[in-house]
Design a protein around this ligand. Structure first.
Ligand SMILES: *Cc1c(COP(=O)(O)O)cnc(C)c1O
Length: 233
């Protein structure tokens, strides 16, 4: 049987190989383990294999996991990577270290107001819509800098970069074009804010393409924890 520990090692070696293919350093690409729908004991197994960054998509599930694990595992870094309604921002502001999916000023404002003074600023990425699908979340390319300027003024937020979910099931050329467009937008942002250092893109199926286009944080779920079962959710 392949264990979570084995699969983490495989994911790390895929990252290392992809980095090498692009003449990048493997340590410049961080692995975020996406543990949504998976039980705490699997997070603990990954923790014991050395994994420290975990991503959650759902407010309620994330809240219960952070509350259950943060005392015994205080060095876990919790990342919120799902869609967030503005009436749920407080959970993220009080429990998470990172928020990847800021796509509106209102969400940023609420996180800034609700972040406790006792905590360091929450790290945020702006979610960009790089796909042609109207249904996809994220700000349009031409709205990134305006939102970034707003976030940069908020003392309890630290702007770290961009996050995107490329189109699924598209041909290779379209996938490559989307990644290249995202990389260009990221470079533009990093030029404006010298502290911006994070391009959050790449999942189990496209991490190689993402690393080839400058990803600094890949978000890997099923390749580590196995397929997700939503029937019990
Ligand atoms: C579920 C999810 C992932 C992980 O996807 P896998 O294909 O399981 O690796 C990454 N990012 C986001 C935003 C997700 O919702």
């Amino acid at each position: 049987m392949t264990t979570i520990t084995d699969r983490l090692a495989i994911a790390q070696s895929r990252i290392a190989q992809a980095a090498q293919n692009s003449s990048r350093r493997a340590e410049d690409v961080q692995l975020l383990a996406v543990s949504k729908t998976k039980p705490n004991n699997q997070i603990i197994e990954a923790y014991h294999a050395g994994q420290r960054r975990f991503g959650e998509n759902y407010v309620q599930e994330g809240e219960s996991k952070v509350n259950a694990l943060s005392e015994d595992y205080p060095d876990i870094e919790w990342h919120f990577i799902g869609p967030l309604q503005s009436n749920k921002t407080k959970v993220v502001a009080t429990l998470f270290d990172w928020m990847h999916t800021v796509e509106r000023e209102k969400i940023a404002q609420r996180l800034n107001e609700q972040r406790p003074d006792s905590m360091p600023p929450i790290n945020v990425c702006i979610q960009v819509n790089i796909s042609q699908e109207a249904s996809k979340s994220g700000v349009a390319a031409n709205e990134i800098l305006a939102l970034a300027d707003k976030i940069a003024q908020m003392p309890n937020l630290t702007l770290r970069g961009l996050m995107a979910i490329p189109s699924a099931d598209v041909d290779e050329q379209t996938a490559t074009d989307e990644m290249a467009a995202l990389q260009a937008l990221y470079n533009q942002l990093a030029q404006r804010f010298d502290y911006v250092d994070t391009l959050s893109v790449g999942m189990s199926n496209d991490l190689e393409l993402a690393v080839a286009h400058g990803s600094t944080m890949v978000r890997i779920g099923s390749a580590i924890f196995g397929e997700r079962d939503y029937s019990k959710a």
